[in-house]
Structure formats: C-alpha cells, structure tokens
Ligand binder design. Structure first.
Ligand code: EPZ
Length: 417
C-alpha cells in the first residue's frame, strides 16, 4: 500500500501555488455534458477524483483532451448509458451526472455515490428536488433510475442549504421548461463557479452565491468555457501549516473573501499574516491561543478545515473545543493524532476537546478520509521523528501535487508506492 513518509520539524519558506478547486472541478465536468458539442475547463486540479470523472465521461462516449491544466470535452457523440457502480462509487460528485443527464435526456441511471465516510450523507434533498421538477425516482438494488417525460420549473425550498443539492438542481433546472427558483440554497463559492459555467454556455442563472437562485431552462446550450476557482480548502490547509512551521511562507492564488472565517479564527488564535493581492505571507506563531470552533455552511467556518485546524490547536496553550455541525462522524483522525502524542477527547458525536500544547511524535498512522489525511500530514510536518501515512490515496484525491509543492518549500516528504 502506498504511503507518504515525512521527517518533521523543517521550516517551510518560499511559495506554494494554489490549484483549482476540487469541489468546483468535480461539478464542472459533469455539467459539461449539457453542451451540444464542446466545452473547455481551465485550471483543473491534478487529483484522483478528476481521473475517475474522466473515466465516466469516456464511458458516456465523450472525448476528453487534457493539456496544461485545461480539459476540452467533445460531447457531440454523448450517449446516455447507465453509470456502472465501480465508477460512481469512487467519489461523491458522481451524483452530479444525475442533474446533468436528467436535464439533457430526461433519464439517468446510476448507483449511490461514494465519497469520504464522514457521516451518513444521504441525498434525499437532491431526490426531493428532482421530484419537484416532475421526475420519477426509483431505487432498485442501490441503483437510482430517475426519469422525467418533462421537467417543469417551479419554486423549490431546501430543508438544508446543501452544496450538492443546490448544484444538482441548478443542472437539472437548466433542462426544465420555464424558471426554477431555489430557496434556502447553499452559498459556497463552488456554486458561483458552476453558475458562471452555465451562464457562459447559455443558461440564464441569477442569484448564485445568495440564498435564492433562479434558473431559466434552456436545452440549446454549447461552447461553455470556465476557469476553476482557486481551492479555498487547499489554501486554508497550507495557511494552517504556515502558522505552525512557516517562515515567510507565501500562499499564492488566494481569494480572501473565500477564506474569511478561517482568517478571523486565525486572528483570534494570535496568528499574524499579510495579504498582498492574491498572496498571503505567514510565519510560525509562537503563542498559539486556545479557541472554540463551530463549523457552519458558507460563509461560516468550513467543515473541510475542521480536521486541519484540530492539528493546529494541539499546539495551543490551553484547551480548545470544536463543534462539528455538518457531519456526525468527522473526528476519526483524532485517534491517530493521539497516537502521535496529542490529547484530544471526543465528548459527543459532534463535540471535540483538544488539550495543548503537546510535542507531537512521528509514528505510523492511517488516513481515514481526505481532510483527516490533511490533519495527519500537517501533524507529521510538525512532529519529531518520522511519520508514515498509510492509505494516502485518500489525500491524493483532493491535494494536487502535494509532495512536489511541499518539497519545493523545504519539507522532507516522500510518496512511496
Ligand atoms: C460538499 O459535499 C463537499 N463535497 C464536501 O467536501 C463538503 O464537506 C460539503 O459540501 C459541505 O461544505 C463536494 O463538493 C464534492 P452537503 P456535499 O450536501 O455536497 C446533509 C471534502 O472534503 N445532507 O452540503 O455532500 C449531509 O449529510 C468534502 O472536500 C442531507 O441530509 O455536502 C451533510 O450532513 C467532504 N441530505 C450536510 O447536509 C441531502 O440530500 C451537508 O451536505 C444532502 C445533504
């Protein structure tokens, strides 16, 4: 099994360039199937999830060309075929083919999506939305068969501002007759990125990034072009690392409005940083204060940075608490942090206590999920001795060129097959 091996306690300085956002790119590729003939997506991150999505696109008879971080998709010969489980189960975002193929063909068949095991992660809000637009949903042996003679736009109210459901319904609504209004929609930057692609290919979308989004259906769309936004979670992960072992470490390609909650929290912790244009410069903080963190939907503190900031708070002078409000099983990384000499206690399914400061010690650990893996590579970079992270594939699902980027700024990190 491949592993990442880290010798810790190296000061990191120089520049890290942020790649395109995983959680945008994995929605933009399925959205490209809406185009009659062709579309181009720039600044696509080099991560495993993209490889799996391209396999699904080729299975649907699309031609996909990759060059210098850009993907050109020829969807002129797209065929609507059932998506095999071995492909859809590889990641959560395969569910975006539901909205896209339903809009394009009025029918889609696929298995339950995969993704990090951080909670139950049902898709009831997606399904309810499709049914509101007039689709019939059958579940046969873990396979969804969703059909609609005609999708008709209407007002849909979400019980929870789900990122996935908001994007999936924007895709489905692009193939509906008339206007769809999504109320209590998610406001994450990835929603805005997908809306900009839909608008560019010819769908009229208004209000993306707010709680109310309006979509005028239009099936005659083509030649979509879009740039993937910088990855705010990758960005936040490296900023947290910089607060621990940075020496004028530069994180290039940030959009500060996308990481506002993190920056506020870092100030509360006592971390200094400087932002000039799209670059944030940060150095090691020598007096890390304990704080309480509550994860929330955007623009609140992102759940995807909960595990990385846990590692930072193991170095705080005192006790911190984390309240995870989005997922009921997102503290699994703490078992391995404790094996690295941290003191963390899971008080309830959603409440974690972190006592610091502790000198972390390198050992063999296992990455349980993507952001849990991030909390472990940060831990390995500050720990004494050597850390071996097994099951590191989950990390490569969402961090582009991680070994190369960290080696370039002075880390002793290797990927071993
Ligand atoms: C997206 O997941 C991201 N994944 C997640 O990032 C991220 O944690 C999450 O948004 C929240 O920001 C992708 O974009 C591929 P949700 P998604 O629907 O769409 C519940 C990472 O590390 N819910 O907003 O699945 C759900 O169970 C990943 O990059 C329902 O109950 O998130 C969860 O508790 C991990 N029913 C909450 O809502 C539904 O139909 C948030 O889910 C949908 C969601």
């Amino acid at each position: 099994m491949a592993k990442i091996v880290i010798k810790g306690q190296k000061e990191l300085s120089g520049e890290i360039n942020i790649s395109g956002a995983k959680n945008s790119a994995v929605a933009l590729i399925p959205a490209a199937t809406l185009c009659k003939t062709k579309s181009t997506i720039y600044n696509v991150p080099e991560i495993r999830d993209i490889d799996y999505l391209i396999k699904i696109m080729e299975h649907l008879n699309c031609k996909v060309e990759e060059k210098d971080g850009a993907i050109t998709i020829d969807s002129s010969k797209l065929k609507n075929k059932p998506i095999p489980e071995e492909l859809s189960v590889q990641m959560r975002a395969s569910y975006y083919f539901m909205g896209a193929l339903l809009a394009k063909f009025g029918k889609v068949e696929m298995s339950f999506p995969g993704g990090c095991n951080i909670g139950a992660r049902p898709i009831d809000i997606h399904i309810k939305g499709f049914e509101e637009l007039g689709a019939k949903v059958e579940i046969i042996k873990n396979r969804y068969i969703i059909k609609a003679k005609k999708l008709v736009g209407k007002k849909i109210y979400f019980d929870f501002p789900s990122v996935g459901a908001t994007i999936n319904l924007m895709l489905a609504a692009s193939g509906a007759e008339g206007t769809t209004i999504l109320e209590n929609a998610a406001m994450e930057p990835e929603i805005v990125n997908v809306a900009s692609f839909l608008i560019n290919m010819g769908v009229n979308v208004r209000g993306a990034g707010t709680k109310t989004i309006e979509i005028d259906g239009n099936k005659n769309v083509d030649n979509g072009v879009v740039d993937v936004f910088p990855d705010r979670i990758e960005c936040g992960t490296y900023i947290i690392l910089g607060a621990l072992v940075g020496k004028n470490l530069k994180i290039k390609g940030i959009i500060k409005e996308h990481i506002g909650a993190l920056l506020m929290k870092l100030t509360e912790i006592g971390v200094d940083y400087k932002i000039e244009g799209d670059t944030l410069t940060i150095s090691k903080c020598n007096d890390i204060k304990p704080v309480n963190v509550k994860t929330q939907v955007f623009p609140g503190f992102p759940t995807d940075l909960q595990q990385p900031i846990t590692t930072l708070l193991t170095q705080a002078k005192g006790t911190s608490y984390i309240e995870e409000t989005l997922y009921e099983n997102r503290f699994k990384n703490t078992y391995d942090l404790n094996r690295m000499n941290a003191i963390t206690n899971i008080l309830t399914l959603n409440k974690l206590e972190i006592r610091g400061p502790r000198q972390l010690k390198g050992t063999k650990v296992i990455a349980t999920d993507l952001r849990g893996g991030a909390s472990l590579f940060i831990a390995g970079l500050i720990a004494s001795g050597t850390t071996e992270i097994e099951n590191c594939e989950v990390i490569l699902r969402g961090y582009s060129y991680i070994v190369e980027k960290l080696t370039k700024v002075g880390a002793d990190i290797k990927y071993i097959e």
